[in-house]
Design a protein around this ligand. Sequence first.
Ligand SMILES: [Zn+2]
Length: 283
Amino acid sequence: MPELPEVETVRRGLDPVMTGQVIVQAQVNRPDLRWPLPLRMAERLTGQRVERLRRRSKYILADLSSGETLLIHLGMSGRMLVSGAPLAQFHHDHPAPQKHDHVVLTMANGARITFNDARRFGAMDLIDTEMADRHPLLAGIGPEPFGNDFDETRLVARLKGRATPIKSALLDQRTVAGLGNIYVCETLFRAGVHPARRAGDLPSSGVAGLVPIIRQVLTEAIAAGGSSLRDYRQSDGELGYFQHRFHVYGREGAPCQTPGCAGTVTRIVQSGRSSFFCPVCQT
Ligand SMILES: [Zn+2]
């Protein structure tokens, strides 16, 4: 499932081919993804220029010249493919249409953007740009991890007295937007905090220290995504999925990578999701 760095990588991949470009053709091949697609979607997209391509949490938002915003959520298995773009980093010919190509946008510059989603957990919607923040999918979301609203003072206040495990508190999208299972595991490893630790039991200094660590973990992952974008010449034009080395995530049974630590990466299940951690480094 794509997390914030993957979604940001997709956004950065789409930006040079979409921003400032008019959508000359919108092909909508079915009435719904996870939810019904907006009414007259193709008509409302056609002829509109993409003024800005931004990200909020794990959602990509394309602000259009019509005053509407196209909201895109990749869901579990949604994929964005770019083909035929005139820019140097994309040399792909338009591929033959594939099963599960649900929405295909052709831009004035010749780029074709295909949204393919076999499991259809993804979503798209068209909303008033001015009202976008109030969309049901966005309204309850907490501060962006790189935004000014996410800071040490507010995180300390939010976690104070909380009996919930720190892992769950950080996965809660009201705490910080876009942080998912992988990067919470990596954050807690780097912070030396056991994932089952009660959030309210952490010292304020420990909670405050999570802010720069979260930013660092996400920054490194976004950088890895950026490197993957530069390799598209050899790839199939799919955006967003890249190899990234994790310290604990998915490494159950492997030796801890902290120099001098003899611990073994361990997996436990919390709220139905796997937590990976080093029981020696993380207390
Ligand atoms: Zn360790």
